[in-house]
Design a binder for this molecule. Structure first.
Ligand SMILES: Cc1cc2nc3c(=O)[nH]c(=O)nc-3n(C[C@H](O)[C@H](O)[C@H](O)COP(=O)(O)OP(=O)(O)OC[C@H]3O[C@@H](n4cnc5c(N)ncnc54)[C@H](O)[C@@H]3O)c2cc1C
Length: 367
C-alpha cells in the first residue's frame, strides 16, 4: 500500500481484515496531507442522487462500524443547514421533498425546534434542514487511532519516510523504489497518492480526468457551550450536488467574499468544544501560497449572525489540497500493471467515501 492518507489507510485496514499481509509506505514521517487537514466530516446529505449517495451511505455504515472499535472519535451527530431567511428556507423545504430525502435523513425544523436541539443558536435564522445521516470523526485522532489499531496486527508493517520515485512490474510482481534505490515488492499494490499527481505517477496519470483543489480552513477557540450538530450555511446548497435541481436561483445573492472564494460555511464541533471552520475552494493552478484573511472574516461574521454572539477567535489556520475526479466516476481507479492500482480523486467527499472505495478494491482482488 503506498500512501498514508485515509484512502491508503482504509485499504490497509480492509486488506488486513481480508487476511492479507500489508506493507504500508508513506513518504512523510506521518500523514500530513489532506486526510489530516479536513473537517473529518462523513457528509452524506449533500451527495448526488444515485450511485454517489449509495456509496456514501455504505461508507457511513462502514465508518460507524470502524468507529465502534477504533478510537477515531466517530460521532453520528448529524447536521443542521441553517436558513437565515424565508428564501433559503423555501429551498430547504424543497430539499426535504426530494425522492431520496429519507435516505439522507432530512427533516425540516422551525426556529424553535432548532433551538430545542441547539440552545446555543440565538441569532438570525428561521429554521434549518436537519440531516440525521451526517457524521464526523476527529481528524486529530483519526490517523493515530487507526495506526495503533493496525499496529496490533502482526501482518501489518508501517514504513514512513519512504518516498516512492519509481514503479515497475515484472514476472515476480510489482515493485517500487525510493531515491536510494531501496526496493519494496508486492504481489498486489495500491498506490493512493492523494493530490501528488506528479513524479513517477505523471506517466500513468497523463490525461487522467483529475484536478487538484486548494482550500483554506481554521480552528476556533473552544466555545463555552456545547454544540451537538455540524452546522452549514445556505451557501452549501449552491455547492453540494444533491441540490442541483432545486430552484437555487431563488436564493438571495451570495455574499461577494463568499462568491469570490467559492465558499460555504461548514462548522464542525470538536471534542474539546472548539470548531473546525471553512472553507474556500480554488480550482486554478498555480494556487496562492498565502493564507488570506478575508474568508475568515466572512466565516466569523456568518457564525456571529447564526449564533447571535461574537464568534470565537480563530486560533489556527491552514490550507490543503485534494485530488478530484472531473468525470462522472466517483473516484479515480486505474490498473497500471497486473495487480497494481492507482486510486485517488475522491475530491471533497474523499474522507466520507474512503472505506467504501477500499471495500471495492479488496472485493476485486483474487481470494
Ligand atoms: C481542507 C480540506 C477539507 C476537507 N474536508 C473533507 C471532509 O470534511 N469530508 C470529506 O469527506 N472529505 C474532505 N476533504 C477531502 C478529503 O480530505 C480527501 O479527499 C482525502 O483525505 C484524500 O485522501 P488520500 O488518502 O487520497 O490523500 P492524502 O490525504 O493526500 O494522502 C496521500 C498520501 O500519500 C503520500 N504520498 C504521495 N506521494 C507519495 C510517494 N511518492 N511516496 C510515498 N508516499 C506518497 C502523501 O504523503 C500522503 O500522506 C477535505 C480536503 C481538504 C484539503
Amino acid at each position: 500500500m503506498v500512501g498514508g492518507g485515509i484512502i491508503g489507510t482504509m485499504h490497509a485496514l480492509l486488506a488486513l481484515e481480508a487476511g492479507h499481509e500489508v506493507l504500508h509506505i508513506e513518504r512523510d514521517p506521518q500523514p500530513l496531507s489532506a486526510s489530516v487537514r479536513n473537517f473529518g466530516l462523513v457528509w452524506v446529505s449533500g451527495r448526488a442522487a444515485g450511485a454517489e449517495l449509495e456509496m456514501s451511505l455504505r461508507a457511513r455504515q462502514l465508518w460507524e462500524e470502524i468507529g465502534s472499535r477504533v478510537p477515531i472519535g466517530f460521532r453520528a451527530q448529524g447536521s443542521l443547514t441553517i436558513a437565515q431567511d424565508e428564501a433559503e428556507f423555501a429551498v430547504m423545504r424543497a430539499a426535504a421533498q426530494m425522492s431520496d430525502a429519507h435516505s439522507r435523513g432530512f427533516r425540516i425544523l422551525d426556529r424553535s425546534q432548532v433551538q430545542e436541539l441547539e440552545p446555543v443558536l440565538q441569532g438570525k435564522f428561521v429554521g434549518a434542514l436537519q440531516s440525521t445521516q451526517d457524521a464526523a470523526i476527529e481528524p486529530r485522532l483519526l490517523m493515530s487511532g487507526l495506526h495503533s489499531h493496525l499496529n496490533q496486527n502482526a501482518n501489518y508493517t508501517w514504513r514512513p519516510n519512504f518516498e516512492v520515485v519509481d514503479f515497475y512490474h515484472d514476472e515476480s510482481g510489482n515493485h517500487v523504489t525510493d531515491i536510494r534505490g531501496v526496493k519494496i515488492s508486492g504481489d498486489l499494490m495500491v498506490i493512493c497518492p492523494g493530490s501528488s499527481h506528479q513524479g513517477f505517477l505523471s506517466e500513468f496519470l497523463e490525461g487522467a480526468p483529475l484536478r487538484r483543489v486548494h482550500l483554506q480552513m481554521g480552528t476556533t477557540a473552544p466555545l463555552g457551550a456545547s454544540l451537538n450538530h455540524s452546522i452549514a450555511d445556505a451557501d452549501s446548497l449552491r455547492y453540494y450536488p444533491a441540490f442541483k435541481d432545486l430552484p437555487l436561483d431563488t436564493l438571495p445573492p451570495q455574499d461577494p467574499v463568499s462568491a469570490n472564494y467559492k465558499m460555504q460555511l461548514l462548522l464542525v464541533p470538536r471534542l474539546d468544544h472548539s470548531f473546525t471552520i471553512g472553507d474556500t475552494h480554488e480550482y486554478d493552478e498555480p494556487f496562492t501560497h498565502e493564507i488570506l484573511e478575508a474568508p475568515y472574516d466572512h466565516l466569523r461574521s456568518v457564525i456571529s449572525s447564526i449564533f447571535g454572539a461574537p464568534a470565537p477567535a480563530v486560533v489556527s489556520r491552514w490550507s490543503g489540497n485534494y485530488s478530484q475526479i472531473t468525470s462522472q466516476d466517483l473516484y479515480y481507479r486505474r490498473e497500471i500493471a497486473p495487480g497494481a492500482l492507482v486510486v485517488t480523486g475522491g475530491g471533497g467527499r474523499g474522507n466520507t467515501i474512503s472505506p467504501a472505495i477500499a471495500e471495492e478494491t479488496i472485493r476485486s482482488w483474487p481470494k
